[in-house]
Design a protein around this ligand. Structure first.
Ligand code: F6P
Length: 545
């Protein structure tokens, strides 16, 4: 089955949403709470250890009903089935999109080209488990007989961001292995890392689905040259392993076939941390925790696949993005995790969301006339409060923000946790309610300011409020809840892509820059600048001076 190809703006629901928006746009959150004091409970979804409150969004029941109608009219139900069934929904690359199969339990079967891919997935998982156990317990040794104590993951994009984000998020669960990630083709990145490590005790995990990515190959080659300075050629096979679907290129690099961890063309780079791409995660926190991560993601997949849209977290949150993006014309969304462990989550989501849904041609091959993919950004709270929150509170832009917090901390320091969470709750309340002129004047009067001072200062101290937020409150940061959270975002990407009538699983937009870079690299090498625009020509000449 193919995906529906419905232009969302031609649906009845879109028209109704436009009319609804015209009537509703000026209704403030304060008014909505006054009209329906219980909306806090009404617009919330409780699922397992998640409590998702979207009542501080500029919506009412009509909004949600119409957004759900939009999802239905654009064929989301049928699309979800196609996706989980393994239809080739990544049409421009003629591939299925089955990262969901990577976290399916062994008891499930998913047929692709008359083959049960779940069995393949579990065979690779078993290979990962055996390998990880041996590295962690020191059974597997380097060429001089020393156990490994350092892992260097070399990869970029999906072969880096997921593992980095997850290993940072799960640092609490980490074992003794030191972990480094090298991604940038900027040589300072790899050399800074090589300075810190010991070739005798380092295991390099080279992660590249294609094994043709310039950055990863350059870094892997540099690491290998550095390694040869202290070790014989044949030792490479002991210190370098790979995660790739390009077996030929990997073996040519010198990596032994039995230490290649495969992945399949139905796993997109930015959705691949659940595959062998997550090897450094499993090495860092142990295979049991890696499995718990997968289990959490599978639970979210099941929630997404089987729950009616009105109570379906990825569907509701995905539709809210559409409400702001396409009707309020909000350009960006902030993601603010109130957990230092999640400091790389916004960067990870930038690839997931923006590489997937930053598209301007629809599934009919037509140029799109409405907005797609929103801009994602964020930093952990409370640090973010001391950085960009000023703009959220008093700036001129509408920025829906998502607050992610945990009820329990990991080190059980209740004093810190209560302060952190007090900020977490205070910020969404402040963003919603703001501070009125009357309040400001009263406060200034109480502080004994003169009337003249009060008149002068008041305009600057008013907060208009009415800034929409969603709060995701989770029991505790564990491998399982992290898996649930990441899968929630993955499924939202799908929802939005379907409604926007775009293909979310290709990324042709990253190709042009890559092509030009390789062309310019050869010009730099030969010091012969050919035909560019006058700006690029001048810059290149300056560089070569
Ligand atoms: O940025 C483009 C991209 O193709 C990503 O989608 C992918 O995650 C990354 O490059 C790395 O690709 P590979 O794993 O093949 O090296």
């Amino acid at each position: 089955m193919t995906l529906p190809t419905i232009n969302p703006t031609t649906t009845k629901a879109w028209k109704a949403l436009s009319d609804h928006y015209n009537e509703f746009q000026d209704t403030s959150l304060q008014e909505l709470f006054k009209q329906h004091p219980s909306r806090g409970e009404e617009f919330a979804i409780e699922w397992k250890n998640f409590y998702v409150d979207y009542s501080k969004q500029r919506i009412n029941n009509t909004t949600i009903n119409l957004l759900v109608d939009l999802a239905k009219e654009t064929g989301l139900e049928r699309a979800i089935k196609s996706y989980f069934d393994g239809d080739a929904i990544n049409v421009t690359e003629n591939r299925a999109v089955l990262h969901t199969a990577l976290r399916a339990p062994a008891s499930q079967t998913i047929q692709l080209d008359n083959k049960d891919i779940v069995a393949d997935v579990h065979a690779v998982k078993q290979k990962m488990k055996t390998f990880c156990d041996k590295v962690i317990n020191g059974e597997l040794k380097g060429h001089t007989g020393k156990a490994f104590d350092t892992i260097v993951n070399i990869g970029i994009g999906g072969s880096d961001l997921g593992p980095v984000m997850v290993t940072e998020a799960l640092e609490f669960y980490k074992n003794h292995l030191k972990l480094h990630f090298v991604s940038n083709v900027d040589g300072d990145h790899i050399h800074q890392c090589l300075k810190k490590i010991d070739p005798e005790t380092t295991l390099f995990v080279v992660v590249s689905k294609t094994f043709s990515t310039q950055e990863t190959l350059s870094n892997a080659n540099t690491a290998r040259e550095w390694f040869f300075k202290n070790a014989p050629q044949e030792a490479v096979a002991k210190h370098f392993v790979a995660v790739s679907s390009n077996i030929k290129n990997v073996t040519e690099f010198g990596i032994a076939e039995d230490t290649i961890f495969p992945l399949w063309d139905w796993v997109g780079g930015r959705f691949s941390l659940w595959s062998a791409v997550g090897l450094s995660i499993a090495l860092s926190v142990g295979f049991k925790n890696f499995e718990a991560l997968l289990e959490g993601a599978h639970e979210m997949d099941e929630h997404f696949r089987t729950t009616p849209f009105e109570k379906n977290i990825p569907v509701i949150l995905g539709l809210l993005t559409i409400w702001y993006n396409n009707f309020f014309e909000a350009e960006s969304e902030a993601v603010i995790p109130y957990s230092q462990y999640l400091h790389r989550l916004p960067a990870y989501l930038q690839q997931g969301i923006m590489e997937s849904n930053g598209k301007s041609v629809d599934r009919n091959g037509e140029k799109i006339t409405y907005q797609t993919g929103s801009i994602i950004w964020g930093e952990p709270g409370t640090n973010a409060q001391h950085a960009f929150f000023q703009l959220l509170h008093q700036g001129t832009k509408l920025i829906p923000a998502e607050f992610i917090g945990f009820k329990k901390s990991l080190f059980n320091d209740q004093d810190h946790q209560d302060k952190l969470m007090a900020n977490f709750f205070a910020q969404t309340e402040a963003l919603m309610n703001g501070k009125s002129e009357e309040q400001v004047r009263r406060e200034l009067k109480n502080k004994k300011h003169t009337q003249e001072e009060i008149d002068k200062l008041t305009p600057f101290k008013i907060f208009e409020g009415n800034n929409p937020t969603t709060t995701i409150l989770i029991e505790q940061l564990t491998p399982k809840s992290l898996g649930q959270l990441i899968a929630l975002y993955e499924q939202r990407i799908f929802v939005q892509g379907i409604v926007w009538n775009i293909y979310s699983y290709d990324q042709w937009g990253v190709e042009l820059g890559k092509q030009l870079a390789s062309f310019i690299a050869s010009e730099i090498k030969s010091e012969e600048i050919l035909h560019h625009d006058s700006s690029t020509n001048a810059l290149l000449r300056k560089y070569l001076e």
